[in-house]
Design a protein around this ligand. Structure first.
Ligand SMILES: [Zn+2]
Length: 134
């Protein structure tokens, strides 16, 4: 009996693949992981990695998320300081909890895209801050 696909449950067949390169995408950045092996579904194309490959793929994805969160933390902190806002004032402005910016800037939490977008606009047009806090 053919191996069943865990993704689509088709029994059309799982085909072995070895030493393939996969690309992981997160928040517009990519990482490639080489030398992955496993099985691919003939019906839906979904890959099921071998245990070691699955661990390497997951670790690469986690590293990508951590790296991007660190970049975002630094960017948020830089813009907040440029605007002359305390963490509490920045949280008041964006509606987060009083310690939201402390958590963003330590990488413990990711700010909502609305917060990131607002800060990027204020980075380009800091004079608009006066309209927001008035
Ligand atoms: Zn499938």
């Amino acid at each position: 009996m053919a191996r069943k696909c865990a993704h689509c449950e088709s029994r059309k067949g799982m085909v072995r693949f070895e030493d393939e390169t996969f690309t992981i995408e997160f928040a517009g950045v990519t990482a490639t992981v080489k030398g992955l092996s496993g099985w691919r579904c003939e019906a839906c194309g979904e890959a099921e990695f071998d245990a070691a490959s699955a661990r390497r793929y997951a670790a690469a994805g986690d590293a990508l998320v951590v790296r991007e969160r660190e970049k975002l933390s630094k960017e948020i902190r830089r813009i907040r300081r440029k605007l002359g806002l305390s963490q509490v004032a920045a949280a008041r402005l964006t509606g987060g909890g009083h310690n939201a910016f402390s958590r963003y800037e330590r990488g413990e939490a990711a700010p909502l895209p609305a917060v990131v977008n607002l800060f990027r606009l204020l980075d380009k047009h800091p004079e608009l801050l006066a309209d927001l806090v008035a």
